[in-house]
Design a protein around this ligand. Structure first.
Ligand code: AR6
Length: 172
C-alpha cells in the first residue's frame, strides 16, 4: 500500500502523530527553527535522551541523511525522530542526502511501529534549501518509499511552504 500524503499548515509541535520528525543538526543538542520549538515544547526528556545517544551509540553525532528516535516528552506524539538535513549548496548536489532523511526517518518509524508520521520541510529553513525543490524531493521520496507507515503529514510553517508542497503533490 502506498503511503497517504497529507498537508497541513501549522506548528508541528502541536500535531498529533505517532512520530514527529525533527530537522536537527548533527550534535543532536538543539538549535533554532523547528528543532528549538520541539525541545521547548517537548521539555527536557528529549534532550536527556539525545545526550545519552551522544554518550553511547553516536559519540560523533548523527551524520546528515540519517535518523534516530527519542521520546517525544510532553509533545502529543509517542516519538521524535531526529534527522539531519544537508546544508544547501550551489556547488554540490546534496539531493540524495535530503532524500535519505525522509527514507531513513520512515525506516526508523517502521522499527518503532509508527503508522502516522509528521515531517517539517527538512533543510528548507536555516539550512537554506529552496522551498520548491525541498518540497519536490520530500514528496517524491515519501511517495516512493517502501514503508509500513500509513500516513505522512507534512506540517508546513507558512503559506509559501504549503503552496510549494501542494505544487509538488500535484506534480506542478
Ligand atoms: N513547525 C513546523 N515547521 C517549522 C516550525 C514548526 N514549529 N518551525 C520552523 N519550521 P529549520 P533546517 C519550518 O530551520 O533548515 C536548527 O537550528 C521552517 O519554516 O527548522 O533543516 C537545527 O538545529 C522551515 O520551513 O531546519 C539545525 O542547526 C522548516 O521548518 C538547523 O536549524 C525547516 O527549517 C536545521 O535547518
Amino acid at each position: 500500500m502506498a503511503v497517504s500524503i497529507e498537508l497541513t499548515l501549522g506548528d508541528i509541535t502541536r500535531f498529533g502523530a505517532d512520530a514527529i520528525v525533527n530537522a536537527a543538526n548533527s550534535s543532536l543538542l538543539g538549535g533554532g527553527g523547528v528543532d528549538g520549538a520541539i525541545h521547548r515544547a517537548g521539555g527536557p526528556d528529549i534532550l536527556a535522551e539525545c545526550r545519552a545517544l551522544r554518550q553511547t551509540t553516536l559519540p560523533d553525532g548523527l551524520p546528515a541523511g540519517q535518523a534516530v528516535a527519542t521520546t517525544a516528552g510532553a509533545l502529543p506524539a509517542d516519538w521524535v525522530i531526529h534527522t539531519v538535513g544537508p546544508v544547501y549548496s550551489t556547488m554540490e548536489d546534496r539531493s540524495a542526502t535530503l532524500a535519505s532523511c525522509y527514507r531513513s526517518s520512515l525506516a526508523v518509524a517502521d522499527e518503532l511501529g509508527a503508522r502516522t508520521v509528521a515531517f517539517p520541510a527538512v533543510s528548507a529553513g536555516v539550512y537554506g534549501w529552496p522551498m520548491a525543490d525541498a518540497a519536490r524531493i520530500a514528496v517524491g521520496t515519501v511517495r516512493t518509499a517502501d514503508t509500513r507507515v500509513d500516513t505522512v503529514t507534512f506540517v508546513l510553517f507558512g503559506r509559501d511552504a504549503y503552496r510549494a508542497f501542494e505544487d509538488a503533490l500535484s506534480g506542478a
